[in-house]
Design a protein around this ligand. Structure first.
Ligand code: KE4
Length: 431
């Protein structure tokens, strides 16, 4: 019988490039047909064939309290009944700004936008406007959305300027972006000694999730904090993924490092389009309408989206929320590693708060280079075996996974049962 997913995928590709509105959804990294989701609840979602999956992407982070949480749905319905968008300020935006500033102390003022890309792009422009400098530093393997200056990979030599990773990005844009190796403090020292007075900012995922999960070393983050301060550059923590995911205060609270600007998204929208950038007041004052750095948005601070985000932010502050989320995520990671060990499959896993990484490698990668050596073919085979068993992992060996408050012991146990069968399949296929 033809799968409805196949039918929908064929139809989608007629009117939308690749049949998807975001590339990773197309399953091109793992192969096969993407699942078209019809509904979701708690830790589950269902595809067009009415097949149920335990969901470990959670919309790539936003669904931290579980899908379709009754309180979030009610807040959205109540807000929608009062109108969808006004293009004028609302009290809800003040409440969200106050909540973010309270929960993330490094953020003294914040501007709401509609996507992580928009937030990171705006933070970059603000850093350049506030410092009067053009050069920025990012790291191989980190993703900060698809603004031109950030779609850049390492240049040919270590300290040369970057090259575009995407068609359509002019060399003139890429040349202001320096790309260094993640978790290499020495490269930062060398670069700042050469041109520290030309650097507008360093932007980093303090817990990386876009090359799969890679923890920053404390020395790496401490070095960039010290060098930015010494050379008048701004330190931007891109916490779109790690914010409210690895801890209530984000990765900056785990490492005890205060960035100058923070980029947020995902969880603060609870599944609807809310993102934000914020930080020191003396930097934020450069933003229009106060200052000369322009930034704007028709749907910025949208009242319905803010209602979803604010309700989510309240739910994650319930007593024990992060203790439980961290415990369940660690239980999953350790359980997968144990099941793989029993099947004699080279595999390891890591977990930070409510996000996890799985690696077909002997040890947890600490760098982009090490990550690229993981066995992608083995991951892809495992991905499909788990999908067939009703467990939906991120459809790429280079993405992190996400647990929600609704992934209870029964869900973890069912996942490990599926993993036991899947690792067994891999072992038999390897012969
Ligand atoms: P959005 O524009 O997708 O809302 O956010 C961009 C972004 C910025 N910074 C970080 C650290 C991010 O992880 C992201 C987006 N993350 C991806 C997951 N790898 C979103 C999934 C997708 O692109 O479809």
């Amino acid at each position: 019988m033809t799968s409805q997913n196949d039918t929908l995928f064929a139809r989608a590709q007629v009117t939308t490039p690749g049949g998807v509105n975001s590339p990773v959804r197309a399953f091109r990294s793992v192969g096969g047909t993407p699942r078209f989701i019809t509904r979701a609840a708690g830790p589950y979602f269902w595809d067009a064939d009415e097949r149920r999956y335990i969901d470990y992407i959670g919309s790539w982070g936003p669904a931290i309290v579980g899908h379709a949480h009754p309180k979030v749905i009610q807040a959205v319905q109540d807000a929608a009944a009062r109108g969808l968008s006004f293009g004028a300020p609302t009290e809800g935006e003040i409440e969200m700004a106050e909540e973010i500033c309270r929960l993330v102390p490094s953020v003294e003022q914040v501007r709401l936008v509609s996507s992580g890309t928009e937030a990171a792009m705006s933070a970059l422009r603000l850093a350049r406007g506030a410092t009067g400098r053009d050069a920025i530093i990012k790291f191989e393997g980190c993703y900060h959305g698809h603004a031109d200056s950030l779609l850049v990979k390492a240049g040919s030599g270590l300290l040369t300027f970057g090259n575009p990773t995407s068609a359509g990005v002019p060399e003139d844009f890429a040349k202001h972006t320096l790309v260094l190796d993640y978790n290499d403090p020495q490269q930062l020292e060398e670069l700042f000694s050469r041109m520290g007075d030309r650097i507008a900012c360093v932007i980093v995922e303090p817990v990386a999730g876009n090359m799969n999960l890679v923890r920053a070393t404390p020395e790496f983050l401490q070095t960039m904090r010290r060098l930015c301060t010494a050379h008048g550059a701004l330190l931007i923590f891109d916490e779109v993924m790690s914010g409210f995911r690895v801890a209530l205060g984000g990765a900056q609270s785990l490492y005890g490092i205060t960035p100058d600007l923070t980029v947020l998204g995902k969880v603060i929208g609870g599944g609807l389009p809310v993102a934000a950038f914020g930080g020191r007041k003396d930097i934020m004052k450069h933003l229009a309408p106060l200052g000369a750095v322009y930034q704007a948005g028709t749907l910025s601070g949208n009242p319905v989206a803010v209602a979803a985000g604010m309700t989510t932010l309240k739910l994650i502050q319930e007593p024990g929320f992060y203790e439980n989320l961290g415990a369940q995520t660690t239980k999953l990671a350790n359980g997968l590693a144990e099941v793989a060990r029993q099947a004699d499959v080279p595999f390891c896993a890591d977990a930070v708060g409510g996000m996890f990484g799985i690696y077909f490698a002997e040890q947890v990668p600490a760098t982009y280079g090490a990550m690229m050596k993981c066995d992608k073919a083995a991951f892809n085979a495992f991905f499909h075996a788990m999908l067939d068993a009703g467990v939906y992992l991120a459809p790429s060996a280079f993405e992190a996974g996400f647990v929600s408050a609704q992934h209870d012991d029964a869900i973890i146990a069912a996942t490990l049962d599926a993993a036991h069968a899947s690792f067994g399949k891999l072992k038999r296929a390897a012969g």
